[in-house]
Design a protein around this ligand. Structure first.
Ligand SMILES: C[S@@+](CC[C@H](N)C(=O)[O-])C[C@H]1O[C@@H](n2cnc3c(N)ncnc32)[C@H](O)[C@@H]1O
Length: 220
């Protein structure tokens, strides 16, 4: 069982995956262990990003030549693994999360993939952790996948910390389609932020219908 976009039938999701580079054993084992966690009711089955999104993020980070990256919302480490694998020697990924048990699983898989030394995990409330980070070095890539009502604060805090042309990725910006008719605080916050970002001259903005919606922001 892997997370699937609400935009795809199960058959199309399979086709999308079969038409992209195959996942290695580390990724497959991480997906299995995370699915088992969800099956035991110890985590949401929708937390982990979809595999095609992970592959896309890895390709993007590599193509952009990202050296300094930050992730907000790490869970068991799949999205971080994808970005870390794209970093060159000396590259760094800072991961923010508040859950020590889930990120201990992440740490195991990063070590197994040989990228553990590139990842710095900072545990605690991500809003506070981010506030405490120095302005330098700036980040080339940021991925936000934590509390949805907090996205606007993360985007504001990230702006001065991003390099010129730096890219911020925001996950779940379609909220399973609920942005059209928001019924809870998460969907309302995301819909409001989507509206604000489309009109914000500081960012070039594209909302991609990938997985559950992935917004790409480029700092102008
Ligand atoms: C959707 S999961 C992240 C999934 C991950 N990107 C992946 O690919 O597996 C959200 C994560 O955000 C973390 N989180 C939520 N709110 C947070 C906060 N205010 N501070 C720190 N971490 C938070 C949760 O502990 C959880 O691990």
């Amino acid at each position: 069982m892997t997370p699937r976009s609400f935009l795809l039938t199960p058959q199309l999701a399979e086709y999308v995956r079969a038409s992209s580079e195959p996942y290695d054993e580390v990724v497959l084992d991480l997906m299995t262990e995370t699915a088992e966690l969800a099956a035991r009711g110890e985590a949401s089955p929708t937390f982990q990003i979809a595999p095609e999104q992970g592959s896309f993020m890895q390709l993007l980070a590599g193509a952009l030549g990202v050296r300094q990256a930050i992730e907000i919302g790490t869970f068991t480490g799949y999205s971080a693994l994808c970005v870390a694998r794209a970093l060159p020697d000396g590259g760094r990924l800072v991961c923010l999360d508040r859950n020590g048990e889930w990120t201990a699983i992440a740490r195991r898989y990063w070590e197994r993939a040989g990228v553990g030394d590139r990842v710095e995990l900072l545990l605690g409330d991500a809003h506070e952790t981010l506030r405490g980070l120095p302005a330098d070095p700036t980040f080339d890539l940021a991925f936000v996948d934590a509390d949805k009502t907090g996205y606007a604060d993360y985007v504001e805090q990230l702006y001065p910390r991003m390099a010129a042309n730096g890219v911020v990725l925001l996950d779940n910006t379609l909220r399973n389609g609920e942005v059209l008719d928001p019924r809870d605080d998460d969907a309302r916050s995301v819909a409001e932020l989507n509206r604000a970002l489309a009109a914000d001259p500081r960012w070039e903005t594209v909302l991609l219908p990938l997985a559950d919606g992935l917004t790409v922001l480029r700092k102008r």
